[in-house]
Design a protein around this ligand. Structure first.
Ligand code: Z5A
Length: 215
């Protein structure tokens, strides 16, 4: 594929502020007259929406290996149906979670073999990687509190609680996993997400302006 657009993924523990940052970046890129494609995993494609409802439903008993393949199926469809065409059309793809979530959650969290997961990710994406990965780093306890406050404020009933139900120790492993991955790949930019949302946005904006040129 001759890739023309820009692919940015957002990673972090639950409630780290990815959605909040993405909303601000939509305004930033729109001001720069850039075409944006906003998406997420799981659930970016039509098939993915159905898979998301199954994957995140805490009532559904899903074994770790089955969970992994559901995320990979979601990703394979998402890449072909949505991400590749958007990049080919020259769009800026903003993707809430991508390959690194599988390494962090199924690998560092559930204890699956990282090398095997890298191979399976490559199979699902045909080798497509983001140009930039923004990792919002904060203590998981803080992220979970933020997510809880948001859910109460928005009157959300949790029917996507598979990962919220995990112990704090699990989320701690995820955080450490993400930080390990960030040390291994140049495409990562780690932001201290304990700062307020405006500060986080400002730092990211500066990094993007320094790293990429927009006509
Ligand atoms: N998963 C997996 O296991 N394997 C995979 O391969 C993939 C995913 C792709 C999807 O969850 C779950 O699937 C995820 C990993 C797993 N589970 N977990 N945990 P999701 O898509 O439903 O949700 P999420 O990705 O975890 O994110 P979230 O809960 O939507 O949080 P967020 O988008 O990062 O945060 P937010 O909504 O922007 O902010 C949360 C609240 O904090 C909100 O009220 C904000 O106003 C507030 N906020 C945001 N930023 C700040 C700052 N800086 N200061 C103070 N308050 C803030």
């Amino acid at each position: 594929m001759d890739k023309k657009g820009l692919f940015i993924s957002f990673e972090g523990v639950e409630g780290a502020g990815k959605t909040t940052l993405i909303k601000k970046l939509v305004g930033f890129f729109t001001d720069k007259k850039q075409d944006i494609f906003l998406t997420r995993e799981p659930g970016g494609s039509e098939l993915g929406k159905k898979l998301r409802a199954i994957i995140l439903n805490a009532e559904e008993k899903i074994y770790p290996s089955a969970e992994l393949f559901l995320f990979l199926a979601d990703r394979a469809q998402h890449v072909e149906e949505c991400i590749k065409p958007a990049l080919k059309a020259g769009k800026i793809v903003l993707c809430d979670r991508f390959i690194d979530s599988t390494l962090a959650y199924q690998g560092y969290g559930r204890g699956m073999d990282i090398e095997q997961l890298i191979m399976l990710n490559t199979l699902a994406t045909n080798g497509l990687e983001p140009d930039l990965t923004l990792l919002l780093d904060l203590p998981p306890q803080m992220g979970l509190e933020r997510a809880k406050t948001r859910n109460i404020a928005q009157n959300l009933t949790i029917d996507e609680g598979r990962f919220e139900a995990e112990a704090l120790q699990f989320h701690q492993k995820i955080r450490e996993g993400f930080l390990t991955l960030a040390k291994q790949k140049k495409r990562f930019f780690v932001i201290n997400a304990e700062q307020n949302a405006e500060e986080v946005f400002y730092i990211v904006k500066q990094h993007i302006e320094k790293s990429f040129k927009f006509e």
